[in-house]
Ligand binder design. Structure first.
Ligand code: AMP
Ligand code: ZN
Length: 494
């Protein structure tokens, strides 16, 4: 069965087929780097990361491009407020964004920056003017004449036929009700960053950036364009209008939009005190893997209600998967294989694939792996798992982790980096006891711990239980829990 995805353009779930065999070309709108990213932003970026991983698992080579919006109204305002250049202002937040994305295992796309493509943007505007679709106003700004693109509104399904021709809007973000000719290029204003170009001085509008850079990197028509649901209008509608009126070709085949994240049932906002950046959560002691797991646990087209209970549950789920894997890799098993375990592993791989093919039903894919863990654990307890079953069960876990990316325990070092950042920013007071404890347990590397486990084994073989208990206590002190079972010795970080 082929991968099926919801296409905002057709409002239907469609079979996905790329324009070129074996290769997917996708573009995702990236962050506006004017502040630290919040968990809502990362819900969308993780949804896109997951999609990219599913494409790859489906056998496609993926070309994934993402822009960094490093000039827009908000950035210019904040840079002016702080008395620094746009470049100085954005560098800090771009770095933070890339660190945060890596922290929750988002694979890095090909990044393109608005300020590195200014001449191409000016040329794009000139070409639209040449075609009679854009016009210049007296101050030297350029606007897109939306009456010249009769399909305007086809993505957001809004009827703009009654709107006032020629009315203009020059802010980057605006409501559906104020569909107007929008700014492609903004004339310089005192104190604002501006570039000298063939169409005069000024700076690009936000919508123009994405049209120019996506087509430059991926061609005039590419497979899929992604973003959060708030981008459907005006941003993506405007991208379509600019691009298609210039090329006369469809811009993107699929439009993929992730629904918004709510916190404890409410819209995130600073005034409600429920606004969290990724770093805020880590400072509270939550692991990056728990955050990733929670953000992937609700299919991208359903609203995700972020709760702290949910985050704790996610941590338990990740732990359960890691323990199961360690049970498989450290246990001693009788030779042979069991038909039930072989069938279970194969069925789990099939169930995960069907779930993900069904418009990325991540909840069902996770349910499939947990069903396998439940059944295999019961069988392990009863001695029903044989040596040749291990690679099959591990293969199912690996397929799962190629998409969800939570099995490898690298939370400790990542949390340490957030701690170091907090110290360097003078925010040590925001570091919770939980974060301090987590960092302490991460001081011992996996290799160090394995060495200690070997020492325990040797002591036990020599029936020196006093020594073995002492090493266990030492590990416990450092936040490592050691379990001695009949299958062998397992450990995990508390
Ligand atoms: P921005 O940095 O504001 O340009 O947003 C970056 C991405 O995050 C865009 O794709 C937005 O649609 C998305 N986004 C913003 N807020 C939320 C939210 N609460 N839930 C999900 N996605 C969001
Ligand atoms: Zn965009």
């Amino acid at each position: 069965m082929a991968l099926r995805l919801f296409n905002t353009m057709s409002s239907r779930i469609e079979e996905f087929h790329p324009l070129r065999d074996h290769e997917v070309r996708m573009y995702a709108c990236g962050p506006t780097v004017y502040d630290y990213g919040h968990i809502g932003n990362f819900r969308t970026f993780i949804a896109v990361d997951l999609l990219r991983r599913v494409f790859r698992q489906s056998g496609y080579a993926v070309r994934h491009v993402m822009n960094i919006t490093d000039v827009d109204d908000k950035i210019i305002r904040n840079a002016a407020r702080d008395g620094v250049s746009v470049q100085q202002y954005t560098a800090k937040y771009e770095k933070a964004f890339l660190e945060d994305a890596a922290m929750i295992a988002i694979e890095e796309p090909t990044l393109v920056r608005a300020t590195e493509h200014i001449p191409e943007m000016a040329a794009f505007v000139a070409a639209l003017v040449e075609k009679g679709i854009a016009y210049r106003t007296d101050d030297g700004s350029y606007y897109f004449h939306i009456a010249k693109f009769p399909q305007y509104g086809k993505l957001s399904k809004k009827d703009f036929s009654g709107m006032l021709d020629g009315a203009r809007v020059d802010v980057d973000e605006y409501d559906k009700d104020s569909a107007r000719d929008f700014a492609l290029w903004k004339a310089p204003k005192p104190g604002e960053a501006s570039w000298d170009t063939a169409i005069g001085p000024g700076r690009p509008g936000w919508h123009l950036e994405c049209s120019v850079m996506s087509m430059e990197e991926l061609g005039e028509t590419f497979d899929l364009h992604a973003g959060g649901e708030d981008l459907i209008f005006p941003h993506h509608e405007n991208e379509i209008a600019q691009s298609e009126s210039l090329t006369g070709k469809p811009f993107a085949n699929f439009w993929f939009h992730a629904r918004f994240l709510l916190v404890e049932g409410e819209k995130m906002s600073k005034s409600l005190g429920n606004f969290f950046t990724l770093r805020d959560l880590v400072l509270q002691g939550h692991k990056p893997s728990s955050i990733r797991y929670l953000l992937t646990s609700v299919p991208y087209r359903n609203q995700l209600n972020f709760t702290f209970d949910g985050l704790k549950q996610a941590a338990v789920s990740v732990e359960r998967l890691r323990n199961f894997r360690s049970r498989l890799t450290t246990g001693n098993f009788a030779p042979g294989s069991s038909p039930e375990m072989q069938a279970l592993a194969a069925q789990t791989i099939d169930r995960m694939k069907s779930a993900l093919d069904d418009d990325l039903n991540t909840a069902q894919a996770q349910a499939a792996i947990f069903e396998m863990v439940r059944q295999a654990n019961a069988s392990l307890d009863a001695g029903g798992v044989k040596r040749d079953d291990i690679p099959s069960l591990l293969a199912a876990l690996t397929r799962f982790d190629e998409i969800f990316a939570v099995l490898d325990d690298d939370d400790g070092p990542k949390m340490k980096r957030v701690f170091d950042w907090a110290v360097s920013e003078g925010r040590e007071k925001d570091v919770s006891e939980e974060l301090r404890a987590a960092i302490q347990s991460a001081q011992l590397s996996d290799v160090d711990i394995e060495k200690k486990i070997e020492e325990i084994k040797t002591a036990r073989v020599g029936r020196d239980f006093k020594a073995s208990d002492a090493i266990r206590a030492e590990l416990s002190e450092a936040g490592i829990l050691v379990e001695i079972t009949k299958d062998g010795i397992r450990w995990r970080r508390k």
